[in-house]
Design a protein around this ligand. Structure first.
Ligand SMILES: N[C@@H](CCC(=O)N[C@@H](CSCO)C(=O)NCC(=O)O)C(=O)O
Length: 192
């Protein structure tokens, strides 16, 4: 297996010493100076490896590591003027640093979206230890869209499974249920 899944997955999940009462920390962009800083006043949820083409990945990585946190707990505290939105038409408005390209947070502005109220963040941009560990791998088949040969997919899924990350080609069943429940709520068919 030569594929670089993600530098933070090289040592298994040892780079994610999740701490039970962890209450947040600060993300910093990759600039040498005048870093964009984002303060998060909560533990993250649903941390996962994401193979989609839109989520930010460090140089050379096949997967992104991305988690969610309530938007109200996310605050830009330094150099906000360096941020811009990758794609204003996307469901997730990814705010990235115009100098180093790191995505600092992704916000959902559509109130009818199942994940409205949550921001997507990459806790590898934080020096603080205790963030939630990745729990699954999502959008795995999507890595083919960014150049992974189909012949490598079996090995990649096995490596992720061996790390303890179940693999899905969309999001986890739990999150897909949330998406479908929102759709049912909007069309009036939701039963609890
Ligand atoms: N095959 C596509 C999938 C893109 C996609 O749907 N990405 C998800 C990932 S979010 C984090 O797991 C998504 O919800 N995107 C919404 C958005 O980007 O606004 C591809 O690879 O591009």
């Amino acid at each position: 297996m030569i594929t670089n899944l993600h530098p933070k997955l090289t040592n298994g999940l040892n780079d994610y010493p999740e701490v039970n009462d962890f209450s947040g920390g600060t993300l910093q962009c990759l600039c040498e100076s005048n870093k964009v800083e984002v303060k998060i006043d909560a533990q993250t949820l649903h941390n996962h490896a994401c193979g989609c083409s839109k989520c930010w990945k460090p140089e050379g990585a096949t997967f992104s590591l991305v988690a969610v946190v309530p938007s109200e707990k996310v605050q830009v505290i330094h150099n906000e003027d360096k941020l811009a939105i990758v794609d204003e038409t996307a469901a997730i408005q990814r705010h990235f640093c115009k100098e180093c390209n790191a995505h600092m947070f992704g916000r959902i502005e559509n109130k009818d979206h199942a994940f409205y109220g949550l921001d997507f963040v990459h806790t590898e941009l934080s020096a603080d230890k205790g963030w939630s560990a990745p729990q699954f791998a999502a959008f795995v088949s999507s890595i083919i869209e960014t150049g992974t040969p189909t012949s490598e997919m079996g090995d990649i899924r096995k490596t992720l499974n061996d790390l303890g990350l179940p693999t899905y080609d969309v999001l986890s069943p739990e999150l897909m249920d949330v998406i479908s429940a929102k759709a049912a709520e909007l069309n009036g068919t939701l039963k609890k």
